[in-house]
Design a protein around this ligand. Structure first.
Ligand SMILES: Cc1cc2nc3c(=O)[nH]c(=O)nc-3n(C[C@H](O)[C@H](O)[C@H](O)COP(=O)(O)OP(=O)(O)OC[C@H]3O[C@@H](n4cnc5c(N)ncnc54)[C@H](O)[C@@H]3O)c2cc1C
Length: 597
């Protein structure tokens, strides 16, 4: 069973991502290291003891739909109530609405634990937190007063309604219609698909954030508005009133995350508003300005992208724990040098050891990247002027890498975990297969990883005319130089390997900026995904080294140095090939396209 790696999480937050430095200078008010530790300990206890057992049940039972009502797995409504009563839903939310105003870093660390225990369950709060953030940033005073306290407490959950059958990655194609009403509200008509936790039995009300198009809206993404559409209308005193005209038509049968209801939602077809024509439609309230809805939704989506990255980290962690435990227990053959009686545990075989250490390196690297992204978000909120702009850009640069590298790591590590289990990995009862099934959606939703790569190359590299990414590369070089300057021979060739990998990233970055500058977008995009992976691998190497340097300075466990050396001397070799794919892959791709005709 999953056990939260609280010590590892705390170490990465403090010494790799920058939390302890921020605490020391009082960046987060009177938040103390002791309080951080206590929060992490308690989250770990809840995730391991209360959530993980119900996660397994949820996978087996799944969610079901009967007569328009969605039933979540046995015990989940009670689990959700316990969880929200613990105050976990409002960690980062404003105090004015009952939240705790804590740094995002703490919340993503907690999210990691919830997702390791049950990714399907953790999706409900993940969407609610995103909706809260969008409402805080863009909602009117009246909407905030009416909805936020209940959403922050978790009594009401939130959803994100973007996708339609013909509008997935391309939101400009969406057709859901919004009409202005005389009373200042709007009426929403249309169908949304794949809506996570769109309907369920764990909360009294569900607050849908819905993208829709006004009749006179410009075409494409510039004509999209964002609306708040509650399942139950809410009176001025906060009481629940009539059912709004929105319902769940069906739920999907999926590869994984079985406990999470993925709903087709119908807005305004008259099921709950059978009155006059003018009463028809789901009642919605505008968030932000008309036709500016996509920008508002991006507040929610950026938050959700990092949260989805945490899903990758979480699955990778849980899969690694399970694989290590199995490899210690399972005996087969005799490993070279094995002197014990009988067969050796498979963990003694070099191939299995390599697999497990690869899993650990990818997991810890993905964790560090995501936490560093959360740190940048926190710093952007707690600084001003040029400094705030710098951190906003750093968060923007890191978000696609965090989402894509971590979710790819989730899939890769879960797959390796099955391999370590041999045939038993393919059999459901070990639980290794569930991790791969659950992990597989994460590179797809919240903007596919392919879309993240396009975002990274076309929008994030050019930030501050390329100075943001160049400055970041400079920081990474400092880490490599420190490793080279260290007298610790346990680092092996780490310093040289890091420098070579950073040089590969620098060359690829320069080429991409130049190629785009010359208007050769197709050539740049041909290598966008290899570039994204290249960046993630370099960051993994550098962040593992950063942690190892701290550990070595403090006479800490040599295992950090050993892991970072393994990463540098084994996995970073891929970076040179990735650089070549970025720079010279476009021509052969173009030449090969005829194959697909
Ligand atoms: C379990 C689950 C839960 C979900 N939850 C939600 C939710 O809560 N709310 C919500 O609104 N949506 C949700 N989604 C929808 C999800 O966000 C979309 O599936 C995703 O954005 C991809 O859209 P699509 O499926 O239409 O694929 P498409 O957009 O058709 O993409 C297909 C492939 O083409 C690629 N592609 C598309 N456009 C481009 C381009 N311009 N350049 C290069 N490549 C491109 C993609 O990367 C992908 O590989 C969920 C989906 C699932 C399966």
């Amino acid at each position: 069973m999953y056990k939260a790696p609280v010590e590892e999480i705390a170490f990465t937050l403090n010494h790799v991502a920058g939390l302890s430095d921020a605490l020391e200078i009082g960046r987060f008010g009177d938040l103390s290291a002791d309080l951080v530790e206590a929060i992490l300990e308690e989250a770990g206890r809840f995730a391991g003891n209360e959530m993980a057992p119900l996660g397994e049940i949820g996978d087996k039972q799944g969610a079901s739909l009967t007569d328009g009502k969605v039933k979540t797995p046995d015990g989940w409504p009670e689990l959700y109530r316990h969880w929200r009563e613990g105050g976990w839903n409002g960690l980062t939310a404003p105090e004015a609405y009952g939240g705790q105003n804590l740094p995002h870093m703490l919340n993503v660390a907690a999210l990691e634990m919830w997702n390791s225990a049950s990714m399907a369950f953790a999706l409900a709060p993940t969407l609610t937190m995103g909706a809260i953030e969008a409402l805080v940033a863009h909602g009117s005073h009246a909407l905030k007063e009416k909805y936020l306290a209940k959403m922050v407490s978790g009594e009401w959950t939130g959803t994100m309604n973007l996708t339609e059958p013909h509008a997935g990655s391309d939101l400009g194609a969406l057709k859901t219609r919004a009409e202005r009403s005389d009373d200042g509200t709007y009426r929403i008509f249309g169908q949304k698909i794949f809506i996570t936790w769109g309907e369920h039995d764990a909360a009294d009300n569900i607050i849908h954030l819905v993208l829709a198009r006004l009749p006179d809206a410009p075409a494409g993404t510039r004509g999209i508005s964002l609306f708040l559409v509650p399942k139950f209308l809410v009176g001025d005193d906060g009481s629940l009133e009539a059912r709004n005209d929105v319902f769940c038509h069906s739920i999907e049968h999926k590869l994984g995350i079985h406990g999470s209801p993925t709903c087709t939602m119908i807005y305004g077809d008259g099921k709950y508003s059978p009155g006059n024509d003018e009463d028809k439609g789901a009642v919605g309230w505008l968030i932000g300005e008309e036709n500016k809805g996509l920008a508002c939704m991006f507040t929610m989506m950026n938050n959700a992208r990092l949260a989805v990255g945490m899903q990758g980290v979480a699955i990778a962690e849980a899969a690694t724990q399970k694989a290590v435990a199995y490899a210690q227990d399972r005996t087969q053959g005799k490993a070279p040098g094995w002197s014990g009686n009988g067969m050796s545990p498979i963990i003694e075989h070099p191939d299995i050891a390599r697999t497990l250490i690869t899993m650990k390196a990818l997991t810890q690297g993905a964790r560090a990247i995501c936490y560093a992204c959360a740190h940048a978000i926190d710093m952007s909120h707690h600084t001003e002027g040029a400094e705030a702009r710098h951190w906003t850009e750093r968060a923007a640069l890191l978000t696609p890498i965090a989402k894509s590298f971590a979710t790819d790591a989730g899939v890769d590590v879960a797959s390796l975990g099955i391999q370590v289990h041999g045939g038993m990995g393919f059999i459901e009862e070990t639980g290794a297969a569930r991790y791969l099934r659950d992990a597989r959606i994460a590179p797809i939703y919240e903007g596919t990883n392919g879309i993240q790569a396009i975002d990274l190359v076309t929008r994030k590299l050019p930030l501050s005319s390329g100075d943001q990414v160049r400055g970041f590369l400079g920081e990474l070089k400092e880490i490599a130089d420190k490793v080279s300057a260290s007298n610790d021979t346990a680092f092996g060739e780490t310093g040289d390997r890091l420098r070579a990998a950073i040089a590969a990233l620098e060359t690829a970055t320069g080429w991409l900026l130049e190629t785009q500058g010359a208007g050769r977008t197709a050539d740049a995009l041909a290598g966008a995904t290899p570039y994204q992976r290249l960046f993630g691998l370099v960051l993994t190497g550098c962040y593992l080294a950063k942690g190892a340097l701290v550990a070595a300075d403090n006479g800490g466990p040599e295992k950090r140095v050993a892991l970072c050396r393994f990463m540098a001397e084994n996995l970073l070799a891929e970076t040179s090939a990735l650089k070549d794919r970025v720079i010279s892959g476009a021509a052969s791709l173009q030449a090969a396209r005829a194959i697909l005709a």
